[in-house]
Design a protein around this ligand. Sequence first.
Ligand code: FES
Ligand code: FE2
Length: 452
Amino acid sequence: MMSQEQNDLITRVGPGTPCGKLMRAYWQPAALVDELEGERPIKPVRLLGEDFVLFKDETGRYGLIDRDCPHRGADLAFGRLENGGLRCAFHGWLFDVDGNCLDTPAEPAGSPLCKNIKQRAFPVVAKGGILWAYLGAGEPPAFPEIDCFIAPDTHVFAFKGLMECNWLQALEVGIDPAHASFLHRFFEDEDTSQAYGKQFRGASAGSDLPMTKVLREYDRPIINVEHTEYGLRLIALREIDEERTHVRVTNQLFPHGFVIPMSTEMTITQWHVPVDDTHCYWYAIFTSYAAPVDKVKMRDQRLELYELPDYKSRKNKTNDYGFDPHEQATATYTGMGLDINVHDQWAVESMGAIQDRTREHLGQSDKAIIQYRRLLRQEIEKAASGAKPLLALDEAAARAIQGPATMDGIGPSRGWETYWMEVDVKRRRGAPWAAPVPSEIAAKVPHLTAAE
Ligand code: FES
Ligand SMILES: [Fe+2]
């Protein structure tokens, strides 16, 4: 249990808050590239409790500027894209992607007013199908060279979804290996060959055991947590018998991301990005180590649940997430259908807008969450003191962050410690693009990487 002050410290991210300062040390997903592809590439964006307008000018440059016009405060999200920038619809003041005021057309000809006007503007870059914005002070950090950022465009697919709750509880479900045995339990297994694009519906690597069966029947995982240069590595072990153990390796990517296996072919790198203290978007990049991603199928699957333009789930609090008591009695643990995103959304939204951690009781299975919160507090302090927090990297350091390795498979009960690395290394070596073997892993399984 923690005090209200401690809970506030790790959940609140608005301007001037300690955790907000930490978050502003990193690039933040602001929109999908797709969202600025239409006829009118202008979009209001709320991020870390602040309101901006994101736009693409006529030459293709992206800009993120404060949403309220510096003249008399009208909403620039209703502006006009013309003459090299975004023009306010009230009196026509014009701003470029750097926040410079280019024109104040109602002022007398030759008026110098423009020169003294500057709208706050923030750098934006496109990477992995996501537009990233940097809201912090000074130089932005470099992007780590993790798989989702170095895989070719054909092998990545990005999507997002809204969650009506604080970012931290949404992240914490991703570093909670035990919940999948309950929240995502299906009473019967589907044909695993129909699993493309769906999490927990395929077979575990090295076996034909469906993941749904493993999760259902082996529900007390042993969880190991290791500190790494990018955050935490979680290894969840489910011993099937003396010979075989199910191993699932996932990662916490600091500050608010995780990297998890989706299938033998794909991983998911996902960030829980605060819109404000009571809403967040998950942004995910799906990365394939085999065939190009079927983007049309992936997108159509997800659009069945998420409604544009806000990427809100059609199943939500207002319709009890589609809860059906008969289904709960006969088919699924939640009674909320087969899409695990709905289960997770119910779990985290039902805790309340900001989970009251003064009333919680953590157990052994919450080990990774406990370690993560400790790390988060430590890095909040570091950022407050003016130092660079974990993973706020310069170019050289960012090049050294690779992978991270993920895995979901059945291995030997004795020897799983290297088995999971071997599976990951083989997958990388078989990939049609240059997926590097992280040096830490290469050092531990030299017989597999010696030829490199
Ligand atoms: S309020 Fe925007 S130009 Fe006047
Ligand atoms: Fe989940």
